[in-house]
Ligand binder design. Sequence first.
Ligand SMILES: *Cc1c(COP(=O)(O)O)cnc(C)c1O
Length: 391
Amino acid sequence: MGEWGPDTRAVRGGTERSDFGEHSEALSLTASFVFASAAQAAQRFANEAPGNIYSRFTNPTVRMFQARLAALEGAEACIATATGMAAVATTAMALLKAGDHAIVARGVFGTIVPLFNQILARFGIETTWVSPTDVDAWRAAVRPNTRLLFVESPTNPVLEVADIATLAQIAREAGALLAVDNCVCSPALQQPIALGADLVVHSATKFIDGQGRTLGGAVAGRRSLIEGSLATFVRTAGPALSPFNAWIGLKGLETLRLRVEAQSAKALALARWLEAHPAIERVHYPGLESHPQFALAARQQRLGGAVVSFVVRGGRAAAWRVVDGTKLLSITANFGDTKGTICHPASTTHSRMSAVEREQAGVAEGLLRIGVGLEDTEDVIADLAPGLARQ
Ligand SMILES: *Cc1c(COP(=O)(O)O)cnc(C)c1O
């Protein structure tokens, strides 16, 4: 698998065929596995013989998904989790202990904020929040007990681009680990491990599933980390991925690059149209020359990605008029689907943040986020135009 190109890895990587010789990867929908004898059961439990025991520990379909995603991320190993949030929580809880300090980018996925500020804080883990684009602030935030740097790039929903290679260097110098949430790009556009990151975190709910059917997550990285503390956390605390959802993700990886490239091309066309519209104050899209980190994004990502956000003049009321004027786009909080989606982050995905936190994260009252799907761009434009014309 090591010598295969990325497209071959996407369709063949990690495949394990059962004795039935099935061509399409088998869905091993079973909670536990049968042993040939009492002695074999004892050996497997003692870790003296290979083989599956129970699907919270390992499952053949989940293992195929993990191996294929690791191959696409250029990682040695991968552990799947029930959701993307479970992947973030697993990363933090498996690697940090009371008294440790984490530095997390402002502007990460909304739910990550209460995870660190409310839940992990109760376990004695301290967090400093810094701008994803201000590397000096990351350097200044490092303390002797800093163990984890966590960043998302581009951030969701305002698509700020972090300099992953520089943050990796800061983490190394601090004796900490850098984890990168690679949801918005997916491995089709960006490979954080090649840029020096220690861990890549995923919500498979987004582009990996790609059709909005299931929840899933994963963390990829060095074998010692993944098969050590992270796998131990998943099998003990229990946020394991269901085999069915793993199968969806596994098949989703086969077409990931084709979908993400096609959706990115449509996103760029839509972003250019939005940028020229008089009712729009600002467009956030890393593939536009007007993006403040356009040059960095061009070095770090193959394309701009399939999430576009923009600020409508007139604040929340104006933004809601655009949402309510659509008939084609789905009003829903997900993205990464072949069906285009629209949402108003300040009143939905980011509503649990305080107004100050929202402002720091760039989530303006007039901000709308579109998860660009595979629909014709002309149809999406025709869907947005009436709501924008009413401003
Ligand atoms: C959706 C998302 C998550 C959380 O994933 P779930 O599968 O919804 O738990 C984490 N990070 C980013 C960037 C996301 O978009």
